[in-house]
Design a protein around this ligand. Structure first.
Ligand code: FAD
Ligand code: NDP
Length: 408
C-alpha cells in the first residue's frame, strides 16, 4: 500500500501547521501536500497546553505568554491563532486538498528511496520532505528513577499529557503537588497547580529557577512572587526515589539531601530531547538536532528540518543553534516552505531570539527579556537587541527600563 505526494511533512505540531499555511499562501495544489502526525488532532498551538488548558474551570478568554488571546480548549487553539492568523481546523485542510494522516506514527524513513513507512504499514513517498517532529519530554527513568507508569506522575508535552494532568489535578484538590524541574514547564505548571488550589513544592538542582535564562536578580523576583502565592522552593537538590502505595500511586518524593516531601501528585519538567531517531545515520546532526543551512535544508537536499528538531545558523550568535520556542518553530517552518517553493527568491533565515528585562547589570546590552509586551514593545526590544548599544550607565538603564529601547 502506498501513496505519493510532492511535499510531505512528518510531525503535526506547531511547525507543521505554519508550514501548511505557508504552502497554501504560496498556491500549493490539491493533493500535493500531506502531513503525517502521531497526534490524533490537527496541528495546534502547543504553548496553550500549559496555560489556559490547565485552568479547566475558567471557560473564558485567557492569555498565552506569546501575548495572544486563546480559548482554553480545542478547536480554539489550532494553528495559526497564535500569530493572529486564520485558524486551521480539519475542515481547512480538507478545503485546501491537504491530506492529514493523524494518529499515525512514522516508523522509519528511507531517504535514498524518498519514502516513509508508517505504523499502519503504509509507504508514503515524497519529492520534498519537511521534518517537523519536535521533541519528547525527558523521562525520570533516564535519570534512574522509577515512576513513569504511576497514575499521579505527570509530564507535559502533548494533549494526552495535558488531559492526564487536568484529571489528576481535579482528583487532588487541596492536596500536595511536587514539581520536579525549575525550567519553563516547572514554572508554568506550578502557577496552574496553585490556581487549582494545590500546595506546591518545586524541586530543582540549581541555585535558582530558570537557571539557564534568568540572572539571580530576575530569578529572585519570580521566586518571591511565587512564594507570595504559597509555592515552596527546594533548591540545590534532586529527587532520588518515590514512595508508592499499594495502588502504585506515588505518596512521597525522596530527595538526595535526605528530605521527604508528601505528594498527592508529581509534575515532571526536566527538559526535552529532539525526535531525530528516524534520521540518525542518514542526515548530519548538530546540537542534538538535524543540522540545516540558512534555507532550513539538511545534508540531504530533498529534506528540510524546522522547529525544535532543527539546528540552524543563528546569525546574531554567529553559530548553529537549536531553539525550543514557538516563534522559532513558526518562522523556520514558513522559511523552509519559501525556500522549497521559491529557492531563488529566498535568502538566509535571519532569526532573532530575544529576551527583555527591566533589570540590567551588563555594561553592553547583550540580551533582553520582555514578559507580556505589546507588539510595539517587542519590535523596540528586538531592534535594541540587534543594535547592541553600548551602555554607559547601567543604573540609568535600569531606571529607564523599556523606555530605553523605545528611544533607539
Ligand atoms: P511540536 O509542536 O512538538 O510537534 C511535533 C509533532 O511531531 C508532534 O505532533 C509529534 O506527535 C509529531 N511526531 C514526532 N515524531 C513523529 C513520528 N515519528 N511520526 C509522526 N509524528 C511524529 N514556546 C514558547 O516560545 N512559548 C511558550 O509559552 C511555550 N509554551 C509551551 C508549553 C508547553 C506545554 C510545551 C510542551 C511547549 C511550549 N513551548 C513554548 C515550546 C513550543 O511549543 C515548541 O517550541 C514548539 O511546539 C515546537 O514546534 P515543533 O513543530 O517543532 O514541534
Ligand atoms: P527546561 O529545559 O526549560 O528545564 C528543565 C529544568 O529541569 C532545568 O532547570 C534542568 O536543570 C532541570 N532538571 C534537569 N534534570 C533534572 C532532574 N533530574 N531533576 C530535577 N531537575 C532537573 O525544560 P522544560 O521541561 O521546563 O520544558 C520543556 C520544553 O518546553 C522546552 O523546550 C521549553 O522551551 C518548552 N517550553 C517553553 C515555554 C516558554 O517558552 N514559555 C513554556 C513551557 C515549555 P539543568 O538546567 O541543570 O539541566
Amino acid at each position: 500500500m502506498g501513496r505519493a505526494f510532492v511535499y510531505v511533512i512528518v510531525g503535526g505540531g506547531v511547525a507543521a501547521g505554519y508550514a501548511a499555511h505557508e504552502f497554501v499562501k504560496r498556491g500549493v495544489s490539491h493533493g500535493e501536500l500531506c502531513i503525517v502526525s502521531e497526534e490524533p488532532v490537527a496541528p495546534y498551538e502547543r504553548p496553550a497546553l500549559s496555560k489556559g488548558y490547565l485552568l479547566p474551570e475558567v471557560c473564558d478568554l485567557t492569555s498565552c505568554s506569546c501575548g495572544v488571546q486563546l480559548l482554553h480548549c480545542l478547536p480554539s487553539f489550532h494553528c495559526c491563532v497564535g500569530a493572529n492568523e486564520e485558524k486551521l481546523t480539519p475542515k481547512w485542510y480538507k478545503e485546501h486538498g491537504i491530506e492529514l494522516i493523524l494518529g499515525t506514527q512514522v516508523k522509519s524513513a528511507d531517504l535514498k528511496r524518498k519514502t516513509l513507512l508508517t505504523a499502519t504499514g503504509e509507504t508514503i513517498s515524497y519529492k520534498f520532505l519537511i521534518v517537523a517532529t519536535g521533541a519528547r519530554a525527558l523521562k525520570l527513568e533516564e535519570f534512574g528513577v522509577n515512576g513513569l507508569d504511576a497514575d499521579n506522575v505527570c509530564y507535559l508535552r502533548d494533549l494526552a499529557d495535558a488531559n492526564k494532568l487536568v484529571d489528576v489535578m481535579k482528583s487532588c484538590g487541596g492536596g500536595n503537588a511536587v514539581v520536579i524541574g525549575g525550567g519553563y514547564i516547572g514554572m508554568e505548571c506550578a502557577a496552574s497547580l496553585v490556581i487549582n488550589k494545590l500546595n506546591v513544592a518545586m524541586v530543582f538542582p540549581e541555585a535558582h529557577c530558570m537557571a539557564r535564562l534568568f540572572t539571580p536578580k530576575i530569578a529572585s523576583y519570580y521566586e518571591e512572587f511565587y512564594e507570595s502565592k504559597g509555592v515552596k522552593f527546594i533548591k540545590g537538590t534532586m529527587l532520588s526515589s518515590f514512595d508508592f502505595n499499594s495502588d502504585g500511586k506515588v505518596t512521597a518524593v525522596n530527595l538526595k539531601d535526605g528530605n521527604k516531601l508528601p505528594a498527592d501528585m508529581v509534575v515532571v519538567g526536566i527538559g526535552i530531547r529532539p525526535n531525530t531517531s528516524l534520521f540518525e545515520g542518514q542526515l548530519t546532526m548538530d546540537k542534538g538536532g538535524i543540522k540545516v543551512n540558512g534555507q532550513m535544508q539538511s545534508s540531504n537536499s530533498s529534506v528540510y528540518a524546522v522547529g525544535d528538531v532543527a539546528a540552524f545558523p543563528v546569525k546574531i550568535f554567529g553559530e548553529t543553534r537549536r531553539l525550543e520556542h514557538v516563534d522559532s518553530a513558526r518562522k523556520s517552518a514558513r522559511h523552509a516552505v519559501a525556500a522549497i517553493v521559491e529557492p531563488d527568491k529566498t535568502g538566509e533565515f535571519n532569526y532573532l531570539p530575544f529576551f527583555y528585562s527591566r533589570v540590567f547589570t551588563l555594561v553592553t546590552l547583550s540580551g533582553s527579556f520582555l514578559e507580556g509586551g505589546t507588539k510595539e514593545q517587542y519590535e523596540a526590544i528586538a531592534q535594541a537587541t540587534r543594535l547592541k548599544p553600548a551602555i554607559q550607565d547601567s543604573a540609568e538603564l535600569e531606571k529607564q527600563g523599556l523606555g530605553f529601547a523605545l528611544t533607539l
